[in-house]
Design a protein around this ligand. Structure first.
Ligand code: GUN
Length: 288
């Protein structure tokens, strides 16, 4: 491997330490303890782990954690009623409903029920619209983490060609907006893009957020490019075990890129750290 490894461990630890220090200052000077409510509907195993990790990290940073675990059969009306209570609760500064929600619940109705001021996921159209308009906004955590990791190896991004593979509201679109705001030339590629390998080979910055294990091969990477792998795919590893791999064929890409994030231990760690940072930001904004 010739690429620099962009290691999520120290980078996320530094973000968390900064949040913890700022939270301690808010508590000391203003008696304010930022609170994050995380709502999980159902028992999806991956979501259950994510929610547990979020709660643990929240407490470790000195913030207040409120976990709401609702049964799979919870109705949309019941979930919306909980969100209305959390919106009105002054000790809750951030609200995150873990996605996906069960199929009988309209995820857009849920996202839009969250007060934009408490929308630490940055998914409310008010926040995505503000981001797209270049206004102050709560920005989705994973894209924030991607940008932060990128800047550790390349602080100035202006003029670079960025290709984002994936167009989800959670990652692809907001990461493209952040790169655009950094004055990159941004292409959003997706499943209907013609000659995807050729498009990827244009990229100085290649962000993979498609959710397909090792779809991006080494020969899709331009020599010297920076590769950010957002994929978290659980695949069989023999003997009934599983392992996590990214959307990028890591060993191949690491021979060609100048820097690359690993999976696990990359962007995933940053998502939680940026969630804490967003909760702190939301609390500070609400305190005026
Ligand atoms: N599911 C997977 N990633 C996320 C995330 O960042 N936020 C929410 N709410 N759900 C998710």
């Amino acid at each position: 491997m010739s690429a620099t490894l962009i290691d999520g461990k120290p980078i996320s630890a530094a973000v968390k330490a900064k949040v913890a220090a700022e939270a301690a200052r808010l508590a000391r000077d203003h008696g304010l303890v930022p609170g994050l409510a995380v709502v999980l509907v159902g028992e999806d195993p991956a979501s259950t782990v994510y929610v547990r990790n979020k709660g643990k990290a929240t407490i470790e940073a000195g913030l207040r954690s409120f976990e709401h675990k609702l049964p799979e059969h919870t109705s949309e009306a019941e979930l919306l009623a909980l969100i209305a209570r959390l919106n009105a609760d002054p000790t809750v500064h951030g609200i995150l409903v873990q996605l996906p929600v069960p199929a009988h619940i309209d995820s857009q109705a849920v996202i839009q029920a969250i007060s934009p001021d408490k929308d630490v996921d940055g998914l409310h159209p008010m926040n995505s619209g503000r981001l797209a308009s270049g206004l102050a906004a709560l920005v989705p955590c994973t894209p924030l983490g991607c940008l932060h990791m990128l800047k550790t190896v390349r602080p100035q991004l202006a003029g670079l060609e960025a290709v984002v593979v994936g167009r989800s509201n959670l990652v692809g679109k907001p990461v493209a907006q952040l790169l655009l705001a950094e004055n990159c030339t941004v292409t959003i590629a997706h499943s209907r893009t013609r000659d995807l390998p050729a498009v990827c080979r244009r990229a100085d910055i290649l962000v993979a957020a498609v959710g397909r294990p090792e779809m991006l091969r080494g020969d899709w990477v331009k020599p010297g490019a920076i590769v950010i792998d957002v994929g978290i795919n659980r695949v069989p590893a023999g003997e009934g075990k599983t392992r996590l791999i990214g959307d990028v064929a890591f060993a191949e890409a690491a021979e060609i890129a100048s820097a690359i994030t690993p999976v696990p231990g990359g962007v995933g760690l940053m998502t939680v750290a940026c969630l804490l940072a967003n909760t702190l930001k939301a609390a500070s904004m609400q305190a005026g």
